[in-house]
Design a protein around this ligand. Structure first.
Ligand SMILES: *[C@@H]1O[C@H](CO)[C@@H](O)[C@H](O)[C@H]1NC(C)=O
Ligand SMILES: *[C@@H]1O[C@H](CO)[C@@H](O)[C@H](O)[C@H]1NC(C)=O
Length: 521
């Protein structure tokens, strides 16, 4: 089964049955639109079938991406266009189970039972707030290769002393998930990854028997606290979203700004970069947990953030009880950045509007070598094309993306910018050689569907990759790309992630027509 899928050549979109011809394409008068249809969806199902065997291999991926300097560095990045980092699998998957994808190829996440222990610990005398602590610690995501990190929620008398890296919790009975010293330690970064976690500041929750043995409050807050870390793969735009902003949105957006953030592994440039989003979620100045000397008192607090999958969030009784979707996240981003467009341009004879395409350029790895030819083709088909590369100015780039009807890029973190597209716009992903179906689908394809974008994917053939200049055609790179995956992440990073692509414009054209067609649905 898997061999069928990974030797699968890219197919142009299949025949469409009775679909009406695309109006715009006709009106442009240059092209005879091909019949377009459901081939991509079928292809996607095929891709997901390979996941069963792929998941087994996933276990050996190391999370080191390209260079370890990406990790933990505190300096601003030179570029935000690196690829998502593959985390190491924490728990071996049950490969044969959970193949419950529907016809779109989506794997429904399953909800592990009994993930939450809620304990009403005690009533603190003379105090109206009940002391409770509940921790969600069994974040295994059946059917997905990584587990979620623990998150704890507390109510009662909570005193946060950043200097001691401690949340004191007045808890006369001592009950709760504490060790013999009355402590529980968590590294509150929202990606469970053994490689990263040592670099994340460890925060201790300390159960104390009375207020007398807790430090005295120097500042009292009337809103809940949320303590989290921005250490890790942040500065890669994919991870900025998957490991911090989406978890923060899931955990706090219902509080409508009435929440105090305390950030560990504080990176001033990062906080500055994401200030418009942080301000939308919290009405209060962020507290730098690494340097603050106060004792902050709260009646409620979170240590850590809830997370789901990467750019995928699904309803869940504890993790996402308000059933937020990626569409909600996109709307939040548009409001935070003041992005005007909620839907793509209306095309057609009357408006005479040209569809706008933004082509995200990668200048490091996975370059599109014949970018000019591709731009020329797109223009020939009627697109108004802009080529750009994202940088430190998130809002500026978000505006460019939001102005587009179609976003086109080679696989990489730049595709994360789809979060700024108007709902209903089209994402076109060019997937390089090397059996990258799982990553293409789970990092960008399924998220696009969840954001109610239209999604078109183009798998390059062996003729279209620079790997053909490095390896003979009978090499396993071409004959059996899964063998690269089997060697682990370093081989994948070195071989697959570093290729450039030269798209065959004849072969690519039907996919662009498909994108045009989608805009007119
Ligand atoms: C969330 O979705 C579940 C079903 O997935 C439903 O039972 C529940 O009522 C929903 N909650 C809200 C707040 O809409
Ligand atoms: C480009 O693609 C077309 C259509 O699939 C094919 O006929 C042609 O041989 C390809 N060109 C090259 C140089 O591979």
């Amino acid at each position: 089964m898997s061999s069928t899928a990974y030797t699968r050549p890219s197919k142009p979109p299949g025949p469409a049955g009775e679909r009406r011809p695309p109006r715009l394409a006709k009106e442009l008068g240059r092209i005879e639109p091909k019949k377009l249809g459901i081939g991509l969806v079928a292809g996607c199902c095929l891709a997901l079938l390979t996941y069963i065997s792929f998941a087994r291999l996933f276990a050996i991926y190391s999370p080191v991406f390209e260079s370890t300097s990406l990790v933990m560095k505190n300096a601003p990045p030179g570029s935000t266009q690196q690829n998502p980092v593959m985390p190491k699998q924490q728990n071996k998957l049950e490969d044969e189970k959970d193949i419950g994808e529907d016809e779109t190829g989506r794997k429904e996440p399953s909800f592990p039972e009994a993930t939450e222990k809620k304990e009403t610990v005690t009533k603190s005398s003379g105090d109206e707030t009940e002391a409770t602590i509940s921790c969600d610690e069994n974040g295994v995501d059946e059917g997905f290769p990584y587990a979620r990190p623990p998150v704890c929620e507390l109510t009662g008398d909570i005193r946060i002393s950043p200097k001691e890296k401690t949340m004191f919790f007045v808890n006369p009975s001592g009950a709760g998930p504490f060790d013999a010293n009355g402590e529980k330690k968590i590294r509150p970064y929202a990606r469970k990854d053994d490689f990263l976690l040592p670099g994340v500041v460890e925060v201790t929750m300390k159960s104390v028997s009375s207020p007398a043995v807790a430090p005295a409050c120097t500042r009292v807050h009337n809103v809940p606290a949320v303590v989290f870390s921005v250490a890790g793969y942040t500065d890669n735009f994919f991870h900025d979203n998957t490991d911090v902003m989406i978890p923060l949105f899931l955990t706090t957006s219902h509080l409508a700004g009435e929440v105090q953030f305390l950030i560990t592994n504080f990176k001033p440039w990062w906080v500055h970069k994401f200030t418009p989003l942080l301000k939308k979620l919290s009405n209060y100045e962020v507290i730098n947990f690494d340097e603050d000397n106060e004792v902050h008192c709260f009646r409620r607090g979170h240590l850590g953030l809830y997370r789901d999958r990467d750019l995928i969030i699904s309803p869940h009784p504890t993790r996402n009880p308000r059933n937020y979707s990626m569409v909600d996240y996109n709307r939040f981003l548009r409001r935070a950045f003041g992005l005007p467009r909620d839907s793509p341009a209306v095309l057609g004879e009357k408006t005479g509007v040209k569809p706008k395409m933004l082509l995200i350029e990668r200048k490091g790895t996975r370059k599109l070598l014949n970018l000019r030819d591709v731009v020329a083709l797109c223009e020939e088909l009627g697109f108004a094309v802009t080529v750009a590369e994202a940088g430190m100015d998130v809002r500026g780039f978000a505006e460019k993306v939001n102005a587009a009807d179609v976003l086109l890029a080679v696989h990489g973190a730049g595709l994360t910018n789809q979060i700024f597209l108007p709902t209903g716009a089209v994402l076109v992903q060019i997937v390089p050689w090397g059996k990258m179906d799982w990553m293409a689908t789970n990092f960008y394809g399924q998220p696009a569907r969840d954001m109610r974008l239209r999604y078109v994917e183009y798998y390059v053939s062996e003729e279209e990759t620079t790997l053909k200049d490095k390896y003979p055609r009978d090499h396993y790179v071409f004959k059996n790309p899964m063998a690269i995956h089997a060697q682990g992440w370093p081989a994948l990073a070195e071989i697959v992630m570093k290729q450039d692509v030269m798209v065959n414009v004849t072969r690519f054209k039907p996919f662009l027509l498909k994108a045009l067609d989608e805009l007119q649905e």
